[in-house]
Ligand binder design. Structure first.
Ligand code: GSH
Length: 200
């Protein structure tokens, strides 16, 4: 089986994490953009997007959240309690909502429009999201976004937050989590647990 994605974290990294933590053997196939375009032009992708999980018999499955739920179940990273599982599902969709706001600002070609979208992200959407995530952490009350252990929601959220604050995106602050100490502590917790559970 192979997970086909690009050579960056994006919508792929949480799936890679879960597969690795679950001990699922897979090929981590990272396409360049021209390689992706060639596959797309040849009609080799189910919906012309990545990530795609491809089995050795050629079957392909797609949609990052669906793949992440499946990989999370393999790795014990989805809660057994149905309500907690629903909370995780809701968070995956919520993270997609905020990720899409970022994607729009990456895809736009007009520099002025991009700068305006980034300013809106920096001043409005990200502080709002970080505040609501802190509230979610407080409600969950045990150090993780849902339940008493690391879940796929923590992994998906941390990879997006890392992207938003790693300095690669013009207009976004690298210190944006300084105003959200509980979220900053959670980020460190997720990374420590991730490092502990990922095979060397
Ligand atoms: N809803 C889809 C969205 C997939 C998607 O848009 N993937 C992006 C990469 S993160 C892509 O393939 N972009 C290439 C393009 O659309 O040209 C999912 O979650 O898998």
């Amino acid at each position: 089986m192979r997970l086909i994605y690009f050579d960056f974290p994006g919508r792929g990294e949480a799936i890679r994490d879960a597969l690795r933590m679950g001990g699922v053997a897979f090929e981590d196939l990272r396409l360049s953009f021209p390689e992706f375009q060639a596959r797309r032009a040849a009609g080799q992708l189910p919906w012309d997007t990545l990530p795609v999980l491809e089995f050795d018999d050629g079957r392909q499955l797609d949609q990052s959240n669906a793949l992440l739920r499946w990989a999370g179940a393999e790795a014990g990273l989805t809660p057994v309690d149905p309500l907690d599982a629903l909370r995780v599902d809701a968070l995956l969709d919520n993270i997609e909502d905020y990720g899409t706001r970022l994607s729009v600002s990456i895809r736009v070609s007009d520099e002025a429009v991009r700068a305006a979208l980034r300013a809106e992200l920096a001043e409005r959407w990200l502080p709002e999201w970080f505040r609501l995530l802190e509230r979610r952490l407080a409600e969950a009350g045990r150090g993780w976004l849902v339940g008493a252990a690391l879940s796929i929601a923590d992994l998906k959220a941390v990879h997006l937050i890392d992207k938003l604050t790693n300095g690669s995106l013009a207009g976004l602050r690298t210190d944006a989590l300084d105003d959200f100490p509980q979220l900053a502590a959670w980020r460190q917790r997720v990374h420590a647990e991730r490092a502990r559970r990922l095979p060397a």
